[in-house]
Design a protein around this ligand. Structure first.
Ligand code: NAD
Length: 457
């Protein structure tokens, strides 16, 4: 049997060898999921909701153990692992509370002997190929509404968050979700590729643009529901009337939280020339105050870089920015191991010739560009192929709304950043993906609306 080795990115030590899937086991699991799905869908919705409520109880009960597991395999600071698990509870409550109103059968017309009805039926067997950076959030955004609406789920956690994925499976099974209805698949890219070869009714992916493109090429011609939640190059503009210190502290957190490894991390900052210098000074001071170190330490703010190859991406962006005239204020290099470490890095005097301002960094590194006014800021913010989030800092809500409505992004932030809400749709414009998770749309996504035409007289 093949195994997957799990390493701690903060010190390079091996944590575990886990039995892994292969093409044959993926096919066998898919067949079992297919056989089990109809029975699960036939259960009363109240039963499925109770399973998720018990799953929530398990998360609360085991929260500390789950946080430690996540921190050990991803290098996420322990305080942020706890935050993710506590934040998950509100998402679970939203899904459990909203599944019934969203999926209830609705009579939309009943006149002249004709009744018309919309019914929501589950897609069937769905695959979820997931990322490691917020392994509970991104998987449960898919798994939970999929199960609530009566689907069977084949879930491939990232190879960098496998132990967390197996904990999710354990808790769902303990909560009463049948083993065949929810099955984890262990392995790296090739196991994900094997899943794509199966007969699926939906494929929900969270990860990089590069992998998303490959998945779209395989799934696209098969008329299977496909959702892709991909990366971004999320911009923020700080207007001349904003308080530079308040904005700097908020945006330093938005850029560096989770060691900059968030899909909605602030990745580009544009600052009006009138307050640029004050903003930059406050930003650099805030970043220099971030504690870098052992992710198990309560006080740590900057943890490890989860994937070793990302260090090369960060090095290349730094070298390219410096070669093209950017000014480095702090960081700019790897930190000594063992493990994967990068110093929090701030550049000013950047522009759009630089990779740092064009391609996702996914690390604790940021470029701050001076702009002459609102028009220049809007043009620069929209100068991207991505479109996940975008923000504006100003005390003037009318100015913020005017600017934000012109931005090409799925989520808009006024005086805040790096924020996700269960009540709002999460989606990307452009190369940030297709489809929606969260909100009522992110429940509907796991169903097919079926039309009933009924002659009553
Ligand atoms: P990744 O694309 O490297 O891997 C994602 C998943 O795809 C993993 O489970 C991996 O094993 C699998 N995979 C790799 N090759 C495959 C193949 N050929 N066929 C099928 N599956 C394959 O991404 P990652 O490093 O795990 O995640 C980081 C990326 O995810 C960043 O770009 C980030 O912005 C993005 N992300 C987006 C969101 C969002 O909501 N939009 C949320 C979190 C992360």
């Amino acid at each position: 049997m093949t195994t997957l080795s799990i390493h701690n990115p903060a010190n390079g030590e091996k944590i575990a060898d886990v039995p892994a899937d292969d093409a044959a086991s993926v096919a066998a699991k898919t067949a079992r999921a297919r056989a089990a799905q109809a029975g699960w869908a036939a259960r009363p919705l109240a039963d499925r909701k109770e399973c998720i409520a018990r799953f929530r109880d398990g998360v609360v009960r085991d929260l500390e153990k789950l946080a430690v597991t996540m921190t050990r395999e991803t290098g996420k600071p322990i305080s942020m692992s706890r935050n993710e698990l506590n934040g998950l509870l509100g998402r679970l409550d939203f899904f459990v509370g909203m599944v019934e109103p969203v999926t209830a059968t609705e009579t939309v017309y009943d006149e002249g002997g004709m009744r018309e009805r919309i019914e929501h039926v589950p897609l069937g067997v769905v695959g979820n190929i997931s990322a490691w950076n917020y392994p509970w959030f991104v998987s449960c955004n898919v798994i939970v509404p999929a199960l609530l609406t009566g689907n069977a789920v084949l879930y491939k956690p990232s190879e960098y968050a496998t132990l967390t994925g197996l904990e999710i499976a354990r808790l769902l099974h303990e909560a009463g979700v049948p083993e065949d209805v929810f099955q984890p698949l262990v392995g790296a890219g090739p196991v994900g590729a094997s899943l794509l070869e199966q007969k699926l009714d939906g494929l929900f992916f969270t990860g990089s643009y590069a992998t998303g493109t490959r998945i779209a090429q395989v799934i696209g011609p098969r008329f299977v529901k496909l959702q892709l939640e991909l990366g971004g190059k999320d911009p923020t503009y700080v207007c001349d009337d904003a308080d530079p210190k308040t904005a700097a502290e908020s945006l330093a957190d938005g850029a560096m939280y989770n060691t900059g490894q968030s899909c909605c991390s602030v990745e580009r900052i544009y600052v009006h020339e009138k307050i640029h210098d004050a903003f930059l000074a406050a930003f650099v001071e805030t970043v220099k105050g971030f504690k870098v170190g052992d992710p198990m330490d309560e006080a740590t703010y900057i943890g490890a870089i989860t994937r070793t190859p990302q260090l090369d991406v960060l090095d290349a962006q730094v070298a390219d920015a410096q070669a093209k005239g950017a000014q480095l204020h702090t960081g700019g290099q790897r930190l000594r191991g063992p493990g994967n470490w990068y110093a929090p890095t701030v550049f000013s005097n950047v522009d759009h010739r630089m990779e740092l301002m064009r391609e996702e960094s996914f690390g604790p590194i940021i470029g701050i560009q001076k702009v002459g006014g609102d028009e220049e800021a809007v043009a620069l913010m929209n100068d991207t192929r991505y479109g996940l989030t975008a923000g504006v800092y100003t005390p003037d809500v009318a100015r913020a709304e005017r600017l934000l409505s012109r931005l090409h992004a799925g989520s808009l932030y006024w005086n805040c950043c790096d924020r996700v809400s269960p009540r709002l749709p999460w989606s990307g414009f452009g190369d940030s993906g297709i489809g929606i998770t969260l909100s009522t749309y992110g429940i509907e996504a796991f169903t097919r609306p079926r039309a009933w035409h009924m002659r009553t007289a």
